[in-house]
Design a binder for this molecule. Structure first.
Ligand SMILES: Cc1cc2nc3c(=O)[nH]c(=O)nc-3n(C[C@H](O)[C@H](O)[C@H](O)COP(=O)(O)OP(=O)(O)OC[C@H]3O[C@@H](n4cnc5c(N)ncnc54)[C@H](O)[C@@H]3O)c2cc1C
Ligand code: FES
Ligand code: FES
Length: 484
């Protein structure tokens, strides 16, 4: 198929003659003149541009996802339905229940953020995803308001979500229209010197990437989108990997979990939480719901960021990554994938296919701690992940991995060596804390100083002891140490 086809509300659209890296936000405001959707940060942080994308959920219904229109490319719309705040108008011209609740509870002042909040609430209303006020707060952590204050907005949200979720009576009609738009063939769109491919299966992806090894892979575009909106880069050949059905699968067995590279972070959260509750808590604080709705497990690994949240815990749990080039596959320990800053063990034309993590065993202790300036929607200053195997009071094995401490996500090899064979005591942890200083020369930047990062990393080790090892009754000094 050679054109991007989708539904705007209920109306079919075919896009031709636009750069393939046009954002959904620019399309809505500039081409459709639907200006209810606002631009604040243009980097996925503020939520002013939140829209909802609906698509078949595979069980005869529709899945509604809130996304940041400012960093999604128009190719992401193909075969899907785009809903902006204008589409919430009811047939009789009245407000949608979530909009009415914002009015009733005084949830808006200047109104700039309001369409974004309304669309986030609309996604919750459609999906029944929010059970209580805390979950509502988490749900709205990607929407910022400068003037109203969050109390009235949360009151509005709670009231709106009490009204029965409905399908607006349109699911069957929308599904039929979507089916008519997409014949299931690979999308191949050209504009000037730009090309956008979107294969549907892994073999086609392997072939097209091998044929265009210089192409940029796009998964959730929560990094790549910013190359265009913030760095103003002109991208030529892009391959959208997010539609490859085989790569979205998450396979769970008694002993391990395998995440397809394009499983969204939101889809992966339940399996990560089941690996260990600390991973569930980390995912709650990973960006925001709209980001997690599109961002992928593979994207968080492949971008090679030293401050990506998934690599340290996955390395500490001994994960492996499988890469594919054409018909060839190879599997390596995840830690070996990260060679140096901006350099990963990935050949031209080779893509990340999956990640496999073994479940911790009965003798294994694990913790993962994210330290950032804000609790919600913030990049980590330090991400600590600690895995120890303790048998009969002795530490028999250790994997300790950090983000934010070096140019890549890295293991603290010397601290690990200092722990293995030692008794599981506070004294052993103190020794590891001292040795940690020879493991890393931490990054020093506006997010955190090198000294702060080292102190925080050491305190994560101490916290691990107090939370996982200290005998019952021993005073927990975690807060005191963290402040120290
Ligand atoms: C507002 C905001 C908040 C964020 N908060 C966090 C946070 O809290 N923690 C965190 O770790 N990150 C955060 N990020 C960064 C980003 O969301 C994550 O790194 C995300 O997982 C990237 O996934 P993606 O699918 O969007 O990647 P994309 O942007 O699509 O791609 C990222 C990179 O990976 C490559 N790539 C993608 N898929 C593959 C594949 N299968 N094989 C090979 N290469 C591939 C792309 O070519 C590109 O180089 C945030 C980003 C934003 C905009
Ligand atoms: S404009 Fe701020 S998230 Fe899109
Ligand atoms: S109402 Fe003004 S920013 Fe929220």
């Amino acid at each position: 198929m050679n054109a991007i086809r989708f539904l705007l509300g209920d109306e079919p659209r075919t896009i031709t003659g636009l750069p393939v890296t046009t954002t959904v936000l620019d399309y809505l405001r500039g081409v459709e003149r639907l200006t209810g959707t606002k631009e604040g940060c243009a980097e996925g942080d503020c939520g002013a541009c939140t829209v909802v994308i609906a698509e078949p959920d595979g069980t005869g219904g529709l899945e509604h996802r809130s996304v940041n229109a400012c960093i999604q490319f128009i190719g992401a719309l193909h075969g899907r339905q785009l809903l902006s705040v204008e589409h919430l108008r009811q047939a009789d011209g009245s407000l949608h229940p979530v909009q009415q609740a914002m009015v009733d509870h005084h949830g808006s002042q200047c109104g700039f953020c309001t369409p974004g909040f309304v669309m986030s609430l609309y996604a919750a209303w459609r999906t029944d995803a929010v059970a209580n006020r805390q979950e509502l707060k988490d749900w709205l952590s990607g929407n910022l308001c400068r003037c109203t204050g969050y109390g009235p907005i949360l009151d509005a949200g709670e009231a709106a979500l009490k009204t029965p979720a409905g399908d607006d009576g349109d699911t069957a009609a929308v599904l039929a229209k979507l089916q008519a738009l997409d014949d299931g063939s690979m999308l191949d769109v050209a504009h000037g010197d730009q090309r956008w491919f979107a294969p549907h299966n892994a073999d086609d992806l392997a072939k097209i990437y091998a044929a265009h090894p210089d192409a940029i892979l796009v998964a959730g575009a929560t990094d790549v989108g910013l190359w265009v909106t913030k760095q103003h880069r002109h991208l030529t050949t892009l391959i959208d990997v997010s539609r490859v059905v085989q790569l979205t699968a998450i396979k769970e067995t008694a002993g391990a979990v395998t995440f397809g590279a394009t499983a969204s972070l939101r889809a992966a959260t339940a399996a990560l939480s089941a690996l260990h509750p600390d991973l569930g808590e980390m995912m709650r604080r990973f960006a925001s719901i709209p980001i997690r709705n599109t961002a992928t497990v593979g994207g968080n690994i492949a971008n090679g960021s030293p401050i990506g949240d998934l690599p340290p815990p996955l390395i500490a749990l001994g994960a492996t990554v499988t890469l594919r080039h054409g018909d060839e596959r190879r599997t390596l320990p995840l830690e070996d994938f990260f060679i140096a800053y901006g350099q990963q063990d990935r050949a031209p034309g080779e893509f990340v296919e999956s990640l496999t993590v073994e479940r911790p065993g009965a003798d294994d202790l694990f913790a993962c701690t994210k330290i950032s300036k804000r609790f919600d929607q913030d990049i980590s200053a330090v991400l600590a992940a600690i895995w120890l195997r303790v048998k009969a009071g002795q530490i028999t094995d250790a994997r300790i991995a950090f983000g934010g401490m070096a140019a890549t996500p890295s293991r603290a090899r010397r601290a690990e060596t200092a722990l293995i064979g030692q008794p599981w005591t506070a004294a052993s942890i103190e020794t590891a804390c001292s040795v940690l200083e020879s493991d890393f020369t931490p990054i020093d930047d506006m997010r955190a100083s090198a000294a702060y990062r080292m102190k925080a990393a050491q305190n994560c080790l101490r916290r691990f002891w107090y939370e996982r090892g200290a005998p019952a009754g021993e005073p927990t000094r975690v807060l005191e140490l963290a402040d120290g």
